[in-house]
Design a protein around this ligand. Structure first.
Ligand code: FAD
Length: 235
């Protein structure tokens, strides 16, 4: 197990993962728990892996963020929306099935404990890389305020990891969870009256929504040099 507040990432390499759990978080989003074949795998919260697929004799790969904290290595959790062939293939893996993958990859990471309040905004499975960071901050006993505003355009009243966040809010005084159910997340952020110029902001959503969220959050006072975002697109 990786020690809590010291983060390191292993060099990018090939692994074989075994599916150890697979559960629906919402009607379209699943959490898939994997155990990697070697203990040396480590990553920075926010990083991803590329599972490898074979279809009609052709090999290809798609990228998925790791939703669990680095402290769980060599186990990792993926949080996957069912949209097309690859995401359905990951969701349909049976317990015990093997999945070759390569990683870790990605730059929207934390490498040390940050020193400013943090605002996370997620839509749909965009919660995955943010969850890895928030869970890690919680494990480290992080004391600066951490806000999470979450929406899910796929099934607006059902948010992935909703209970996890509700429980975390009850036990971790720095953590503030806001569900964007009948409103868009931008409106929920605006309603909190936060001084966004003091915050590090992290956004993850699908396609153009990531850019739209970023634009609005900047207009609400966030600083560009303290804003990171990731866009889930299909390569
Ligand atoms: C850095 C990065 C990290 C990613 N991490 C995740 C992750 O943790 N979980 C995850 O579910 N996906 C993630 N994705 C998207 C993933 O790589 C695939 O693109 C996605 O699963 C669609 O592949 P597909 O073959 O199933 O469908 P395709 O047929 O290739 O795509 C169908 C359509 O789905 C849209 N789409 C892509 N991703 C999503 C999504 N997540 N939710 C809704 N619509 C989508 C595409 O824009 C496309 O129009 C990530 C993408 C990037 C770039």
């Amino acid at each position: 197990m990786q020690s809590l507040d010291v983060l390191r990432r292993s060099p990018t390499a090939d692994y074989v993962a075994t599916v150890i759990n697979s559960v629906f978080l919402t009607p379209t989003i699943k959490a898939i728990r994997l155990r990697l074949d070697r203990d040396e795998f480590s990553f920075l919260p926010g990083q991803s892996v590329w599972p490898k697929f074979e279809r009609e004799g052709r090999k290809f790969s798609k990228i998925y963020s790791i939703a669990s904290s680095p402290s769980a290595c060599p186990e990792i959790e993926l949080c996957v929306s069912r949209v097309g062939w690859s995401s359905a293939a990951v969701q349909d893996l049976a317990i015990g099935q093997l999945l070759p993958l390569r990683g870790p990859y990605g730059l929207m990471t934390l490498s040390e404990l940050p020193q400013r309040p943090r605002l996370y905004i997620a839509e749909g499975s965009g919660i995955a890389p943010l969850k890895s960071q928030i869970d890690w901050l919680h494990e480290c006993g992080y004391r600066h305020p951490v806000w999470l505003v979450q929406a899910n355009p796929e099934t607006p009243a059902q948010l992935p990891y909703q209970q996890h966040w509700q429980q975390l809010q009850q036990t971790w005084s720095a953590f503030h969870y806001r569900e964007a159910i009948a409103q868009c997340p931008e409106a929920v952020v605006a309603g909190q009256q936060l001084n966004l110029s003091e915050f590090d902001v992290v956004i993850c959503a699908v396609g153009d929504r990531s850019d739209q969220l970023q634009e609005t959050i900047l207009a609400l006072g966030a600083r560009l040099d303290h804003l990171r975002s990731e866009k889930f697109i299909a390569f």
